[in-house]
Design a protein around this ligand. Sequence first.
Ligand SMILES: Nc1ncnc2c1ncn2[C@@H]1O[C@H](COP(=O)(O)OP(=O)(O)OP(=O)(O)O)[C@@H](O)[C@H]1O
Ligand SMILES: [Mg+2]
Length: 300
Amino acid sequence: MLASSASPVGATGPAGLIGIEGRVGVSKPDPIVVADGIVRRFGGVTAVSVDHLEFQRGAITALIGPNGAGKTTFFNLLSCFDQPQEGSWSFNGTPLRGVAPHKVARMGLIRTFQLTKVLSKMTVLENMRLGATGQRGERFFAGFARSLWSRQEQEITGRADELLERFKMHHMREQFAGQMSGGQRKLLEMARALMTSPELVMLDEPMAGVNPALKQSLLGHVKSLRDEGRTVIFVEHDMDMVFDISDWVVVMAEGRVIAEGTPEQIGQNQAVIDAYLGTNHDKELDGDMGNTTPGGPSDE
Ligand SMILES: Nc1ncnc2c1ncn2[C@@H]1O[C@H](COP(=O)(O)OP(=O)(O)OP(=O)(O)O)[C@@H](O)[C@H]1O
Ligand SMILES: [Mg+2]
């Protein structure tokens, strides 16, 4: 179990969050990621301004907030796909500012994208094998695919097949990813993220465009990541998912963290209700709160 490598200082996983005060910036007993003073501006827009935030190791943390709140930008910063103007953050105590995303991946932090980055002209299996390289650009992927040598190829293919079995996608192994539904591509992206057996998995809207049947299996997969001792941070507008599987919820609005706490605490938080009602007058907080993501019909 990955959890066994945890710091002895505090309780790891969801148990460590029991009794922790739901207050912005609150310390966690065993944080895997710590962010301080992060500011990301695009021209005159401050997309992210986070003073202090800790993510508990071995827990499932949801990052929620209205459209444009800065969730994806914050993910991009933490995973080093983007650089802030100010601030510092660490993963397992290692400062990440200025580190290349593929090195971050090698350290055990893997993220998926709001708009999936599976390569449609490659097969499902080829996409999986590329996951073994970590978070690289597409040109690197293509070169890598051509230059795979046999022993490594066998190992990587074995791992890919295991994960495809686990995600019940093995029958699609030779299909082009472009032929899959949006929901299946989300599932493929999550499976691919696990090729390097990451310690922290960051999922940006894993449920967007996924049909109800596939949602249930996605939920199960996310829970099983936690059961294996991995840490999960996910961005999601689907409040059923947030309340069902999260141990902790962080709420962003206009670039700032406006609340954090257990799902129960967050569901009753007036600032959270106001943030959502500000953009989403007709939605119930305990229903499909904030699901204003444009387009993207659910896949058939
Ligand atoms: N590359 C960019 N250039 C300019 N502005 C950007 C860029 N990326 C994000 N922004 C702006 O930063 C703000 C935060 O955007 P972000 O995509 O992080 O929000 P989000 O919370 O992920 O929203 P959603 O729920 O719709 O995915 C928005 O005002 C957005 O327009
Ligand atoms: Mg986003």
